[in-house]
Design a protein around this ligand. Structure first.
Ligand SMILES: [Fe+2]
Length: 326
């Protein structure tokens, strides 16, 4: 997931939200476009006053020009109309080449290669330890789609997303990956086509907690703090100036290239996340739907990276002795 483009007339509201709540870094673009950084890329999240309110699309990055050509040809062979965007559009996207098309729900989708890297390191307005984006892309999104079979064959068979885990009816939900991130896109059966949320992942758990404090002060919390049982993300969800939520999280698990799709027994979280099912806005779950907390499994090791943990004493006498000598 290279970039996320949002049409809005509320540029000031979004700017305040992106800097004060989300911890992003504004980039000067001029005109009716407000762009924001979250890592080494020149931009990741862009608000566009020239687009209709609520219109959103993602730019999916492929490896190189050959991969983009191959994707365009594969789409056209399947009967999908593909537009080769102008150099001006590619410049606006901070990319080398951009193509666009539509998914079966009618959502605009873009694909590109050659995303531009910034000269300066990322520095958000709100001081945080930064976002776990980079090679994992900017985050993940969950889309509600009216025809999940059509969406699945489009994203999996044509665009090449791979299924991480899934749940059959009555939930009908697929989590899909394109790199080490557990899922960059999830699609769920819904009564209409809409976006439920966008995830941004911090390096530091404390940054998520501080986001939670800020969101609570402004009464923005829609889904309370909790930990997901499939991607292990510790997170919460907040209301935005737009018509979708933003999830701030920490500690998402990775999937390897040998990952096999898993059928989920439950989508309930290990704990917390009260309000999640209600926020989907669909009919209430049937009586035999998964309940919270799930019976099994109900815990998993924390997913940590070098530098954001400290091993405690009391497990290994040798390690304890070594630390004492230091
Ligand atoms: Fe999520």
């Amino acid at each position: 997931m290279g970039y996320f483009w949002i049409g809005t007339r509320r540029l000031e509201d979004w700017t305040d939200f992106a800097t004060g709540h989300l911890g992003l870094q504004p980039v000067d673009r001029g005109g009716a476009v407000r762009a924001f950084r979250m890592d080494d890329r020149q931009q990741r999240v862009i608000f566009d006053g020239g687009l209709a309110e609520g219109e959103t699309f993602f730019g999916w990055e492929v490896a190189d020009a050959a991969a983009l050509d191959a994707l365009g040809a594969r789409l056209e062979r399947a009967g999908v109309a593909v537009t080769r965007e102008s150099t001006a559009v590619a410049d606006l996207r901070c990319a080398a080449v951009v193509i666009s098309f539509h998914d079966p729900s009618g959502n605009r989708v873009e694909a590109f290669h050659g995303g531009r890297i910034a000269d300066e390191p990322f520095r958000g307005v709100r001081p945080t330890g930064g976002f776990r984006a980079g090679a994992h892309g900017l985050g993940h999104a969950v889309l509600m789609v009216p025809d999940i079979a059509a969406a699945l064959s489009f994203y999996r068979d044509l665009l090449g997303f791979q299924i991480t885990d899934f749940m059959g009816p009555p939930v009908s939900l697929y989590f899909m990956h394109v790199n080490g991130r557990h899922h960059s896109l999830a699609i769920a059966q819904g009564s209409s086509s809409r976006m439920h949320h966008l995830l941004m992942e911090f390096y530091s758990l404390d940054d998520v907690g501080q986001s939670y404090d800020i969101a609570q002060q402004d009464e923005r919390v829609v889904v309370k703090y909790g930990r997901h049982s499939n991607d292990f993300m510790t997170s919460f969800y907040m209301r935005t100036p737009g018509n979708f939520l933003i999830e701030h999280g920490w500690g998402g698990r990775e999937v390897g290239t040998d990952w096999q799709p898993l059928e989920l027994e439950s989508v309930a979280s290990f704990w917390g996340h009260q309000g999640l099912f209600e926020s989907l806005g669909e009919a209430p779950p049937p009586p035999d739907a998964p309940h919270m907390p799930p019976a099994n499994p109900n815990k998993a090791p924390l997913q940590v990276i070098e530098g954001n943990y400290q091993p405690m004493s009391g497990v290994c006498p040798w390690w304890d002795a070594l630390k004492a000598r230091r």
